[in-house]
Ligand binder design. Structure first.
Ligand code: COS
Length: 379
């Protein structure tokens, strides 16, 4: 066992930290306020290799390990979780999914531009009436010989408008249940595909969350990922990895809030001394730091297992379940330590508190993570 990061991992961490400080911090409060997607910043993230970190260099990726991805996600999420959710979806759902299960043609056509951020991807599983219960897909992909006819609505889609490549899960044969589901690569601009309304959200307000409508969209057969009926397994397998990304995002939101609270506690005086000298605050800081460290280790463990090509489903679910709770608890305490200042926008912690909540909901709620974990335990 080795707890040391490699030179390369440390360099990635440093690069992500510098990028977040110089490119994401300026304007993050305004983007949250005005619900503005960080388009320029995401473009730069692509140029720096943060959008296809683990993709094989032969498909324009960074060829990095998942630990480096966790480190970069943590640093970027400390400052701007709206940017990091775009990064997480592009890396661990869309790029990974196509690289692992796509055809060579799909990789050439879609993975290469996705890995550099020239194109942005979206993962479209959730529907108005199918979130946790992902097998009850109402969107249909009717087999028409050389193409599928796609009809239905997807909800809460991250990168909904910014994306140009969409992985859309749909039911082809209802009688076959989850074995009748397919995942299709849909391009923006295909006739009958309309981006719907943007959601007005509690947190990650800079991220671009939309509903999507598909009406008789003709999707060529060569855009199906995997064999006929593989779509549900594809979604589950991809989400296993996505959960490492969201766990790292939650970790970053927590550690960002903790660092702000630590610094503030040394500056703010009460009863004649910095509040960091009061045990009430010291105990909060001790709890926050301990829980964050535990969350980080769970993220590393899941990432390590993935890199070792071992089963990482349970580890990823544990990391997400725990880190998202730590994000919620830590940000609430960070606001508390800031007192009245914590409740106003300038101090960042109120935004982090709002951003934290979604990590307990998307890519599988905490309750779903418990289902995934307990099924593994009881196997
Ligand atoms: N990894 C790989 N395969 C998985 C899997 C996982 N985590 N979970 C399920 N599967 C496979 C099963 O092995 C099963 O295949 P077989 O029938 O060949 O054995 C198939 O998928 C269907 O699984 P199951 O019968 O367990 O389906 P359920 O309807 O009971 O649902 C849960 C399983 C609840 C785990 C699943 O629906 C889920 O993860 N839901 C949450 C989806 C989600 O994260 N939504 C958020 C949207 S993205 S923001």
């Amino acid at each position: 066992m080795n707890f040391e990061l490699t030179e390369e991992q440390l360099a990635v961490q440093q690069a992500a930290r510098e990028f977040a400080q110089t490119e994401l911090l300026p304007g993050v409060i305004e983007r949250d306020e005005t619900q503005t997607f960080p388009l320029e910043q995401v473009k730069k993230m692509g140029e720096l290799g943060f959008l296809g970190m683990m993709v094989d260099p032969k498909y324009n990726g960074g060829g990095m390990d998942t630990i480096s991805y966790v480190l970069a996600m943590e640093e970027i999420s400390k400052i701007d979780a709206s940017a990091s959710v775009c990064m997480s979806v592009n890396n661990s759902l869309v790029c990974w999914g196509i690289e692992k299960y796509g055809t060579e043609e799909q990789k050439e056509k879609y993975l290469k531009p996705l890995a550099t951020g020239e194109k942005i991807g979206a993962f479209c599983l959730s529907e108005p009436e199918a979130g946790s219960d992902a097998t009850s897909q109402q969107t249909t992909a009717e087999d028409k010989g050389d193409h599928y006819l796609l009809n239905g609505t997807k909800n809460w889609i991250t990168n909904g408008n910014t994306a140009s490549v969409y992985l859309v899960v749909a039911q082809t044969d209802r009688e076959k249940g989850h074995r009748g589901i397919n995942c299709l690569i849909v391009e923006k601009g295909m006739e009958g595909f309309v981006v719907g309304k943007k959601e007005n959200k509690l947190g990650i307000r800079g991220s671009d969350t939309h509903s999507l409508m598909f009406t008789d969209v003709k999707v060529p057969k060569e855009n199906r990922i995997g064999d006929d009926g593989f779509g549900f397994k594809f979604a589950m397998s991809t989400l296993n990895g996505g959960r490492i990304g969201i766990a790292s995002q939650a970790l970053g939101i927590a550690s960002g809030a903790y660092e702000l609270a630590l610094a503030y506690s040394k500056e703010r005086k009460a009863f004649g001394k910095p509040i960091s000298q009061h045990q009430a605050i010291q105990f909060k800081l001790a709890d926050m730091a301990t829980e964050i460290e535990a969350a980080r280790l769970l993220c590393f463990k899941a990432a390590y297992l993935k890199d070792q090509k071992k089963d990482f489903g349970k580890a990823g679910a544990m990391a997400k379940l725990f880190a998202s709770k730590v994000a919620m608890d830590t940000t609430i305490e960070a606001v508390q330590i800031h007192g009245g200042y914590g409740y106003v926008k300038e101090y960042h912690v109120e935004r982090l508190m709002r951003d934290a909540k979604i990590t307990q909901i998307y890519e599988g709620t905490s309750e779903i993570q418990k289902i995934v974990i307990s099924r593994e335990l009881l196997k």
